[in-house]
Write a new protein. Structure first.
Length: 273
């Protein structure tokens, strides 16, 4: 039935007994009314007011790639060997989202200003002084200060050039992607190979130009402050090769030792590249 112009309904010749009315209108919530009509009775249904229909839309906010990467970086920045030594440049999530250039620089910044980094630099300078490395710096507090400054400058230059500047320009990921699965032989080969290859921001493995060229660049810069007898292209290339070997050794430790000693690791499945 359709109501009249005044919104009233009228039903004639209705059989006595129970009845139920259902009132609907577009944009309004459905209403019902029921009762019992006696024989010969003229029944007036109480006034019915339709309420506006309300629709509840479920909105699901999908985080952007940068937001996901930011959450993953925050988790990485809690990773510390024995709860002390930073272990920021390792991801235990084989599906880790590529970092934006800004995030690569932020990771480099937080690594270079970490208090433990200053302490480790001091230890390295002390060992160098004890062995009289870079003898042109001399001994005593002045010699130690020069060794400390050179060691920290090497660390900063290598971290920024190889871990932020070149990875941003070449679209490469500066992190080590922990494998954690497969045979021991496959993991050893993977760790060694990662001293010269890396994962690109496109998800494909490629030559690690960022790290190799970064080591050469940092070595070239070090010629500005090393003693005269410790400068030269030959020494720069030699240190770069030593750096590649050190990276392979560190990767092996990452794969088999460091993970067991690192706290606050996000719960992730091991990678299987």
């Amino acid at each position: 039935m359709v109501s009249g112009d005044d919104g009233q309904f009228s039903f004639a010749d209705v059989a006595p007994g129970p009845f139920q009315l259902t009132i609907t209108s577009a944009g309004f919530a459905t209403q019902s009314s029921s009762g019992i009509l006696q024989s010969g009775e003229s029944y007036t249904v109480p006034q019915i007011a339709l309420a506006l229909a309300t629709a509840v839309a479920e909105v699901r906010v999908v985080p952007t790639r940068i937001e996901v990467a930011e959450d993953q970086i925050k988790a990485q920045e809690k990773q510390r060997v024995l709860g002390v030594v930073p272990n920021f440049y390792v991801t235990y999530d084989h599906n880790a989202v590529p970092l934006s250039p800004k995030q690569k620089f932020e990771l480099a910044w937080k690594t270079t200003i970490d208090p433990v980094s200053f302490g480790l630099t001091g230890a390295i300078a002390g060992i160098q002084q004890a062995q009289n490395d870079f003898s042109g710096y001399g001994q005593g507090a002045q010699g130690y200060g020069k060794r400390y400054g050179a060691s920290y400058a090497n660390f900063v230059a290598g971290t920024y050039i190889g871990g932020a500047i070149l990875p941003s320009l070449l679209k490469q990921d500066p992190r080590y992607f922990y494998k954690g699965s497969g045979s021991k032989r496959s993991r050893i080969l993977y760790a060694i190979a990662n001293s010269v290859i890396c994962k690109g921001d496109n998800g494909h493995w490629q030559a690690n130009y960022s790290s190799i060229v970064g080591s050469l660049a940092a070595g070239g810069i070090s010629n500005l402050y090393y003693p005269d007898e410790d400068r030269g292209a030959e020494l720069t290339f030699e240190n770069t090769l030593i750096g590649i070997g050190e990276s392979a050794a560190v990767n092996l430790l990452q794969e088999f030792v460091i993970r067991k000693l690192t706290r606050n690791i996000p719960k992730q499945q091991p990678a299987n590249p």
